[in-house]
Design a protein around this ligand. Structure first.
Ligand SMILES: Cc1cc2nc3c(=O)[nH]c(=O)nc-3n(C[C@H](O)[C@H](O)[C@H](O)COP(=O)(O)O)c2cc1C
Length: 284
């Protein structure tokens, strides 16, 4: 068994790094372990060139994306650690995530890999969309999230103490032997499709997940609210059907662009010489 730890934090020996190491250290001796810090990789922004569409094409940027993807491909299990930065997941995760457009067709290369993640945040009530951003990162990498935990960690080292340490040990047990259902924080209601907490409640008693667009009805059983859903519904982001339909959609839109590019060029021409840009002066 091979497990890859992915850290998206610039802080050396910070909470995310220690948390991922703690989980990896709990796993059976015989397991091979590797870690990658996204911040250390040379990863450019996606340039929206769409060269990676359709299926047989690869990203044309020559950087460390393939190194990263190859290490994920070679692994059986994945552990991800990242902090909250301004009410969302850390930026290195987003820069990497945007490059996953190039693997939207490659479900088969990645499927079936269990993943757990730990999100660290420093200020009570300020974890924002950290969990949701980590769900998106893991699921767009085609991983199966078997457990996760968001932990309050004001200073380095807080992730590996007290209740946080106990949560990490639970995550280690989950990655070794995935539970039937991911752990649920007491009293919290999450999306039954993707585990996100970002749910829109509708006047008619239905709900919609902002992250995966899963839908269902709000139910009340014995005075407790919950979200009812259809386990056979495949019409939500991150289902295999949705990856396929996204890939088809992108291929169609690319073809439409190629077929109509003369018209698009005409539209753009009107703005080509409009130059309101200001730029910093570069010293020689
Ligand atoms: C630029 C910056 C933004 C941050 N934004 C948040 C935030 O929005 N909410 C929060 O609770 N903590 C925030 N923090 C605190 C970190 O999430 C917290 O210290 C975490 O433990 C850092 O994990 P690390 O050591 O793995 O980097 C921020 C820290 C920095 C440096």
């Amino acid at each position: 068994m091979k497990v890859l730890g992915i850290v998206s934090s610039p802080r050396k020996a910070g909470n995310s790094e220690l948390a991922v190491k703690e989980i990896l250290m709990r796993l059976p001796e015989s397991w091979e372990r590797e870690m990658i810090r996204l911040n250390e990789l040379d990863l450019e922004y996606c340039t929206a060139c769409y060269s990676c569409i359709p299926a047989d094409k690869k990203c044309r940027l020559n950087d460390d994306l393939e190194f990263f993807l190859e290490h994920v491909r070679r692994s059986d299990k994945i552990v991800i650690g990242a902090p909250a930065y301004y009410l969302g997941g850390h930026t290195a995760m987003k820069v990497t995530l945007d490059r996953f457009l190039s693997i939207v067709n490659n479900y088969d290369d990645f499927k079936g890999k269990d993943c757990v993640f730990i999100g660290s945040y420093g200020r009570p009530g300020s974890d924002g969309l950290l969990k949701e951003n980590m769900v998106i990162f893991a699921r767009k990498l085609h991983l199966d999230i078997v457990d996760s935990q968001i932990i309050l960690t004001a200073n380095p080292g807080d992730s590996v103490q007290g209740d946080n340490l106990r949560a990490l040990h639970r995550l280690a047990a989950s990655i070794e032997n995935p539970p039937e259902k991911p752990y649920q924080t007491d009293g919290e209601i999450t999306c039954p499709y993707c585990t996100s907490r970002a749910i829109t409640l509708m006047e008619d008693g239905s709900w919609k997940c902002t992250v995966c667009h899963g839908v269902g009805t709000i139910e009340n059983k014995d005075g407790k609210y919950g979200l009812d859903y259809d386990p056979n519904n495949k019409d939500y982001n991150f289902s295999l059907e949705d990856f396929k339909s996204h890939a088809d959609y992108l291929a169609k839109m690319k073809q439409l662009f190629l077929d109509t590019r003369h018209k698009i060029k005409e539209l753009q021409a009107k703005y080509a010489d409009v130059d309101f840009w200001v730029r910093p002066e570069k010293s020689a």
